[in-house]
Design a protein around this ligand. Structure first.
Ligand code: NAD
Length: 337
């Protein structure tokens, strides 16, 4: 892999697609250490000019022109064109950060992963919740959930309805759950409904893993209330993660208070066989970080040092593979019904 560590020059990054999220990529790239925003491009040239002016950078006339001027790109176009744009960038020898879901179809993801591997280029997928301060707060804790319940509910907005809610929202939780369980899905049940768009707007899936863990996922983009919560149940602990706050609450049953933090509260005692154990509650400290800035910095670091990013193309593809199975199951049930 051609790394940039030999040179002191910053990593030149271009953003392809500067709609809602791409504009935020452009803004944040300016603050990533060792990187420089070299320009933006959008199929809507007026939009590209506007965002370029806001961030004092260049608006390129086309993707080819931008690729000639950068080392790496953020791809933040609608999902339906992720694969075509990524192929163009990888063919030009550019490292790729691609928003989630990696592509609209698993076969496309396989293709871009092979292209990146063959060319020795970094391919990172924007599964941003892995960098959420609440998820970060759990690093170093022993997580072996046996039951997971996730709810990701959003209000309706016409943006991003080019894909089903499973690919737009539920895929965040699929990725998190695959990272937490590190196990194969062995059983899958799902159902979903199209309410306001032509694709599935609300979905529920139940995944069983080889490890014995069961996950129950609900995602909706037609809710009145917003919610991004995950609850983990494991032996001797219940953990409640609120990605929107962000916050993490942990209830534990332990032998005693040794090793407990100052902030850990003793809630009571419980008889277990011949032993008396204690029930504790603690709110984990969450880092004061911006998840998107963190994932862009990790990508820049991977390009410069050859380290493996947390969310590789392969992780993005695995989440997509499970999402596709969920959608197939939803369609199968709809046909039977
Ligand atoms: P958006 O519609 O606001 O922006 C997309 C932009 O891409 C538009 O400006 C459009 O003109 C431009 N575009 C379309 N086709 C193009 C092409 N071929 N070449 C160049 N530009 C093109 O969409 P958005 O909400 O910003 O979402 C973009 C991507 O980011 C989607 O894949 C979405 O799933 C992802 N996303 C991720 C998160 C997250 O939590 N990580 C959140 C929102 C969106």
């Amino acid at each position: 892999m051609e790394h940039l560590e030999r040179s002191d020059s910053p990593l030149r990054v271009g953003v392809i697609g500067v709609g809602h999220l791409g504009a935020i990529h452009a803004k944040l790239w300016k603050g990533v250490a060792g990187a420089a925003l070299a320009g933006v491009v959008d199929s809507d040239p007026e939009r590209a000019k506007k965002i370029a002016a806001e961030h004092d950078t260049q608006a390129f006339a086309g993707i080819g022109e931008l690729l000639a001027a950068v080392d790496a790109v953020s791809i933040v176009t609608p999902t339906s064109v992720h694969a075509a744009v990524a192929e163009q960038a990888l063919q030009a020898g550019r490292h790729v950060f691609i928003e989630k879901p990696i592509t609209a179809r698993y076969a496309e993801a396989e293709r871009i992963i092979s292209m990146a591997d063959e060319a020795g280029l970094v391919l990172q997928v924007g599964h941003i919740e892995r960098f959420n301060p609440a998820f970060e707060a759990l690093r170093g804790h022993s997580l072996e959930p046996m039951f997971i319940e996730s709810h990701r509910l959003a209000q309706f907005r016409p943006r991003a309805t080019d894909v089903a809610v499973v690919l737009d929202l539920m895929i965040h939780d699929i990725d998190l759950i695959l990272a937490l369980t590190r196990s194969e899905v062995t059983e899958l049940r799902a159902s979903g409904v199209s309410v306001v768009s032509d694709t599935i707007d609300i979905a529920n899936a139940r995944l069983e893993f080889a490890s014995g863990c069961v996950a129950n996922l609900t995602a909706s983009r037609i809710s009145q209330r917003q919610m991004r919560k995950m609850r983990l149940f494991q032996r001797d602990a219940y953990i409640s993660i609120d990605f929107a706050q962000p916050s993490v609450e942990m209830f534990q049953i332990r032998d005693d208070m040794s090793g407990a933090h100052e902030s850990t509260m003793l809630l009571g005692a419980i008889e277990q066989g011949t032993k008396q154990r204690v029930i504790t509650f603690e709110k984990l400290p969450t880092p004061d970080t911006n998840a998107l800035a963190e994932e862009l910095a990790e990508f820049a670091n991977a390009v410069r040092t050859g380290s493996q990013p947390r969310v590789t193309g392969r992780s993005g593809a695995e989440a997509l593979r499970v999402a596709e199975e969920i959608m197939r199951e939803i369609e199968r049930r709809a046909v039977v019904a």
